[in-house]
Structures are given as structure tokens and as C-alpha cells.
Design a protein around this ligand. Structure first.
Ligand code: DHB
Ligand code: FE
Length: 306
């Protein structure tokens, strides 16, 4: 059976992508941001997921204002990087997992979450920047990805509670998939930021840090935050954080927080990042190696005994 082993949340600022693409990661401003993801890359290297479900928002790249699905699940075999105005980012094409994605669509829709099924879609920085942050910049992404695009750009976005419950339904779907797959769910966007208007540049570290604490220990509390509170406390674009609740809903009630990072600012945004592991997590690379070693030693001992 497939299992969700962990959740990863990260901001998805486009300027972070530009810093990577223009080789500016060693500049002090950017080094501060990227150094916070070194441990995460190690963690990811060890966790080696078979599939990633990446919850993100499209920024009028794949969907224009003419059509804005609330929840859109990418069921295609591949998702090319979108042209966001400066040409597509020089990142690998994202390979999908159509079989698992279709299974999730079937399970979740029959559980009364009316997803939009997407069979052709380009993906923007909302998805590719968090992938760079935790996978680095490989020639090919190390695992297939199922994109789940959420509308947080035009009111009304879904509520935090709806997002959390969708996460629960995704978990049920994954756990009814017969193949042994180790799945990581990403929640992207946030943290506090406002890009335009009189409050442009707004950042509220107190709100963000409390959000991280509750995401880890008391996520149900976060599901009750109304849209107006996100707007008031975390700025007009702070609503992106409801996407983190889909990731959290897909995890156990009690999780192990294995890593957290927070820095201000990157572009106009407070950058937050957290890794939460399910307690019944599937073994990582090192644990698997250790198990194999022990099994080999047992076989040797049996052979010696005859
Ligand atoms: C910025 C942040 C975002 O999350 C985004 O999608 C676009 C811009 C910014 O900080 O400029
Ligand atoms: Fe964004």
C-alpha cells in the first residue's frame, strides 16, 4: 500500500527562482535564505520519496483570470515549466504520476471533494521554487510529482478547514493505492506577505511563528482562521498559507517536527519552511541499509550454525 511519510512546507517566492537561475545563491542576501534549506536537502536525500504531491498555486500562468478552478489535480504524464514573463525557468520538465493521480481523483471526488481534473498544464514558480529548495537543481527531478493547484489568487479561496479536510481525503486515497509507494506532500506559499497596495511589504513574524507552532502541534486551531484574519495579520497574499493545511491534513494528528527554518525577507515575503514526519514513517535510506545489514548477518549466522 502507498503511504504518506512526511509533509514539507515552504514559501515559493519567484525571486528565489531568479536567484538560482542567475547563479546568485552565494550573495549574502540569498545565502541567508538558501542556507536554511541545506538540512532539508540532506533529509530529502535520505527520505527518497517515490512520489511527491505538491500543493501550490498558479499565478495566472496556467490559468488566466478567465478560468480559475478552486482545486485542480494534475493527472498528466508531464508538466512543462510555464513562461512567467521572462521565458520558462530553466528547470527540468516535471514528470507526473498519472496512475496515482487518477486514483486520487477517483477517491477524493467520490468523497465529495469536487476537484478539477487537469490533463495538460504548465507549472510556475509556485511549484518549481520549493522543488529547487529541497531537491537542489538536478538534471531531472528525482521523483514524479502530482501537482495540486489551489485558487488563492481570486476571492473567494477555499477555507483552511476545507483544505485540511481535503488533505484527509488525499491521505485516504493514497492509503488505498495498492503499490508500495512512499509519498511526501508539499504545502507551498506564504508566509506573511503583501505585494501591492498601501500595505505592500507587510510582514508579521509573530503571526508566522505562531502558525508554524500550531502547524506542528495544534493544526485544527489553524483551520478556524477566517480569511479576514489572514488578510489583516498576514497581508493580502498571506492566504497562500491555507495550502499548508492540505499538507497537514494529509499527515497524522501527532507528527515529529524534524526541521524548521524562518527568515525575513526574501523579496517581499517572509520565508518559512518546516518538515513534519509521520510517526509510522516508512524507513529512510539509512534505516533500510541497516535492516539489510542485520538481515545479512542473521543469514550468515544461520549458515554457520548449519
Ligand atoms: C512574491 C511572493 C510570492 O509568493 C509570489 O507568488 C509572487 C511574488 C514576492 O515576494 O515578490
Ligand atoms: Fe505566491
Amino acid at each position: 500500500m502507498a503511504r504518506i511519510i512526511a509533509g514539507v512546507a515552504s514559501s515559493h517566492v519567484p525571486a528565489i527562482g531568479a536567484a538560482i537561475d542567475n547563479k546568485r545563491t552565494e550573495e549574502p542576501y540569498w545565502k541567508r535564505v538558501f542556507s536554511g534549506f541545506e538540512k532539508s536537502k540532506e533529509w530529502m536525500e535520505d527520505a527518497k520519496p517515490d512520489v511527491a504531491i505538491v500543493v501550490y498555486n498558479d499565478h495566472a500562468s496556467a490559468f488566466s483570470v478567465e478560468m480559475i478552478p478552486t482545486f485542480a489535480l494534475g493527472c498528466a504524464a508531464e508538466f512543462p515549466p510555464a513562461d512567467e514573463g521572462w521565458g520558462p525557468r530553466p528547470v527540468p520538465v516535471v514528470k507526473g504520476h498519472p496512475a496515482l493521480a487518477s486514483h486520487i481523483a477517483q477517491s477524493v471526488i467520490l468523497d465529495e471533494f469536487d476537484l478539477t481534473i487537469v490533463n495538460k498544464m504548465e507549472v510556475d514558480h509556485g511549484l518549481t521554487v520549493p522543488m529547487n529548495l529541497v531537491f537542489g537543481s538536478p538534471k531531472e527531478w528525482p521523483c514524479p510529482v502530482i501537482p495540486l493547484a489551489v485558487n488563492v489568487v481570486m476571492y473567494p479561496p477555499p477555507t483552511g478547514h476545507r483544505c485540511f479536510m481535503l488533505g484527509r481525503a488525499i491521505r485516504k486515497a493514497v492509503e488505498s493505492y495498492p503499490e508500495d509507494l512512499r509519498v511526501v506532500v508539499f504545502g507551498t506559499g506564504g508566509m506573511s506577505h503583501q505585494i501591492s497596495g498601501p500595505r505592500a511589504g507587510l510582514i508579521n513574524s509573530k503571526f508566522d511563528k505562531a502558525f508554524l507552532d500550531n502547524l506542528s502541534k495544534d493544526p485544527k486551531k489553524l483551520t478556524r482562521i477566517p480569511h479576514l484574519e489572514y488578510m489583516r495579520e498576514a497581508g493580502a497574499e498571506g492566504i497562500e498559507m491555507v495550502m499548508w493545511l492540505i499538507m497537514r491534513g494529509a499527515l497524522d494528528d501527532k507528527v515529529d517536527e524534524v526541521y524548521r527554518f524562518y527568515t525575513v525577507p526574501a523579496s517581499n515575503t517572509a520565508v518559512g519552511h518546516i518538515i513534519l514526519e509521520n510517526k509510522r514513517k516508512a524507513a529512510g535510506k539509512h534505516e533500510r541499509k541497516l535492516k539489510l545489514k542485520r538481515a545479512a548477518a542473521r543469514v550468515k549466522a544461520d549458515v554457520r550454525r548449519g
